[in-house]
Design a protein around this ligand. Structure first.
Ligand code: NAD
Length: 428
């Protein structure tokens, strides 16, 4: 699956690039990850033994600026997956107009099986191996699946110990006390929420009439669900890795979050202070959640969850991709024909990298912004990106994904062409 995920990502770039008449040289440059590193990460385990984990970092394309992208700790992490994620980051940064190229990293590990001290040693080991690749001017990591702000703090600390200087701009998604930005914690979910607000305006939706199903209740999924619930949307289904819950009337999202913190699984409850009572619901699997007849489906967990295997059963009107790569490219056209609109990952989850960019700017200028500033600037960037893509999609009768890739490739293309292309060097 993962090898094909990278091939799938390349196919999408080539197909959309050709249909949008992007220069062949630009398409070709996006077929080749610029620099990829595989490293063995020795970690002293609590029992005294040394375990060697495999870590990756890919700097995919830096035409628009230093490379930027998260670090994932997951048992399924592998090289093609990291490369696919790094390619998507290149497209995503261009979609929202950030001065960044795309990168990504990861470690093949089940972090749930490590003690806290082993996790810290692994995070520091990763930075020791990657210290020549990352830097505030070259390649800037951030959190991704199963990495968090504490891990970012350890990583920054290790980098500073190696380079013997303060360098908060080397990594984003840090704790506020270590140079993190206000508003980074919910930025990914908020970005997706802002996209849905744009749809609300265009379709004159009444939030309480709109049903939403969310797969994955982590950083991205939870905050998107929370903000939608606050606005009055009906969040009828929620899941995590252990399974899901469904209620036609919608859930009180904060209660479910509160109970998940306690029980470590999503449970259908209503909490009043410390008292949580079960509410009427059905249990459903992650596969069943994807096939619900809802207005908005938000896959916010893993890649490749919607493809040929279940496309006939997908009934949502809108799919808002908070996860990276939840829809496989071979069903892009089928979804378009079925009239199911996809707000693609490279737009829907771009709020995270946008506020990471704000964090980096604040670190480099030494001036911290207020939360309102962060929200206003994020709102402006997401609204412009959404509408650029929406307008192109309407004008050229493309899907939102197709239009997003087209916008991104044209921007990356302008930077590549500014150095001169075959046509320039062959001109008389
Ligand atoms: P997270 O680790 O905070 O949460 C992941 C959630 O997915 C958890 O609730 C987990 O229980 C659930 N999950 C894991 N395996 C599952 C399975 N098999 N079925 C259903 N649910 C499962 O991760 P996150 O940061 O929210 O990232 C989720 C997705 O969003 C990833 O694809 C990530 O690349 C993408 N993303 C995250 C950010 C960010 O800033 N956090 C930014 C952009 C994209």
């Amino acid at each position: 699956m993962s090898d094909s995920i990278f091939q799938d990502a390349l196919t999408r770039v080539r197909t959309i690039g050709e249909s949008a008449k992007v220069s062949p040289e630009v398409i070709e440059s996006l077929m080749h990850p610029m620099r990829t590193m595989t490293a063995s990460l020795p970690v002293r385990m609590d029992d005294g033994s040394t375990h060697y984990f495999t870590g990756y970092r890919c700097r995919y394309n830096n035409a628009l600026g230093p490379t930027k992208g998260g670090i994932r700790f997951h048992p399924d992490v592998n090289l093609p997956e990291v490369q696919a994620l790094a390619l998507w980051m290149s497209i995503k940064c261009a979609v929202v107009g950030l001065p960044y190229g795309g990168g990504k990293g990861g470690v093949t590990v089940d972090p749930k099986k490590l003690s806290r001290m082993e996790l810290e040693r692994l995070s520091r080991s990763y930075v020791r191996q990657m210290a020549d690749v990352i830097s505030p001017e070259r390649d800037i990591p951030a959190p991704d699946v199963y990495t968090n702000e504490r891990i970012m703090g350890w990583m920054m600390d290790e980098y500073e110990a190696i380079t013997r200087k303060k360098a908060p701009g080397v990594i984003t998604g840090k704790p506020i006390s270590l140079g993190g930005s206000l508003g980074r914690d919910d930025a990914t979910g908020r970005g997706a929420y802002l996209c849905i607000l744009e749809l609300e305006q265009k379709h004159n939706w009444i939030p309480s009439d709109i049903s939403v199903a969310v797969q994955g209740f982590g950083n991205g999924g939870y905050h998107a669900a929370r903000l939608l619930h606050e606005r009055g949307y009906k969040v009828v289904a929620i899941s995590d890795s252990k399974g899901g819950i469904f209620s036609q009337n919608g859930f009180d999202v904060p209660s479910i979050y509160e109970e998940k913190q306690r029980s470590r699984q999503v449970r259908a409850v209503y909490c009043n202070h410390s008292v949580c009572e079960q509410v009427e619901h059905q249990i459903l699997s992650n596969a069943e959640l994807l096939e619900l007849d809802v207005d908005i489906l938000i896959p916010a967990a893993l890649d490749g969850v919607i493809g040929k295997h279940n496309i006939d059963n997908i009934k949502a009107n809108y799919i808002v991709e908070v996860a990276n790569g939840p829809v496989l490219s071979d069903v892009d056209d089928i979804l378009h024909e079925k009239g199911i609109h996809v707000i693609p990952d490279v737009l829907a989850n771009a709020g995270g990298v946008t506020v990471s960019y704000f964090e980096w700017v604040q670190n480099r200028s030494g001036y911290a912004w207020e939360l309102q500033d962060v929200h206003e600037r994020l709102g402006k960037i997401m609204s412009k990106a959404f509408n650029d893509i929406w307008d192109l999609a309407k004008a050229e009768k493309r899907s939102m994904r197709n239009a997003a890739y087209t916008v991104a490739m044209r921007r990356i293309g302008q930077a590549i062409e500014a150095h001169g292309t075959r046509d320039y060097f062959n001109a008389d």
